[in-house]
Design a protein around this ligand. Structure first.
Ligand code: SF4
Ligand code: SF4
Length: 174
């Protein structure tokens, strides 16, 4: 599931990461990169990709049909390693939006706060702050966290959630 991480691997990649992909294999789409990598994993038997347009369905079918014979070179692997480094460098919080930390007993929307924070850092997105106020109610914002720590042991990524939420609150204001 989520082979494109909710579309983030297509629409949410930092510019630097996109440049690396384009220089490595000009013209290969980000969807192609992602699905090609997945289909090369021996554990993967089915890929469930959310699609909202017929052209996306067509592209996915085409990529899947040629996945078996598609090449995967050491150059490809090295390219994705570089892209990963860029993402790790720019990403502020390694939140996968799994939601295991929810519900917060005080109503904080933990993954949404981290997503907006990452948009700000990774995409240099000036609208992230506006979305913090428009998409999140007052009690859902990072500033509503009272640092009770109840969410800490639920996070498989071992994120220091209250500390990171404090960063988000400082970043966007209260
Ligand atoms: S530490 Fe903050 S986010 Fe975590 S459960 Fe407590 S109030 Fe909610
Ligand atoms: S459990 Fe951790 S990784 Fe999952 S949504 Fe919460 S903060 Fe993010």
């Amino acid at each position: 599931m989520e082979p494109l991480r909710g579309g983030t691997l297509v629409n949410g990649l930092p510019e630097e990461a996109g440049r690396i992909l384009e220089q490595a294999v000009p013209g290969r789409s980000k969807v192609d990169w992602a699905l090609r990598w997945l289909w090369k994993q021996p554990e993967v038997a089915v890929v469930l990709s959310g699609m909202s347009h017929m052209d996306q369905l067509g592209e996915n079918l085409e990529l899947t049909e040629r996945a078996a014979s598609a090449s995967w070179t050491s150059h490809d692997a090295e390219t994705l390693r570089q892209v990963r480094q860029v993402i790790l460098k720019l990403q502020k919080v390694n939140c996968t939006a799994c939601g295991y930390c929810l519900p917060c007993p005080h109503g904080v929307n933990i993954p949404r706060n981290f997503s907006l924070c990452n948009d700000h850092h990774m995409l240099n997105d000036p609208a992230a702050r506006a979305r913090y106020y428009s998409l999140l109610g007052e009690k859902e914002r990072a500033s509503a966290c009272i640092a009770c720590g109840e969410c800490l042991e639920k996070c498989p990524q071992q994120i220091a959630i209250p500390d990171e939420l404090q960063h988000v609150a400082d970043l966007f204001g209260t």
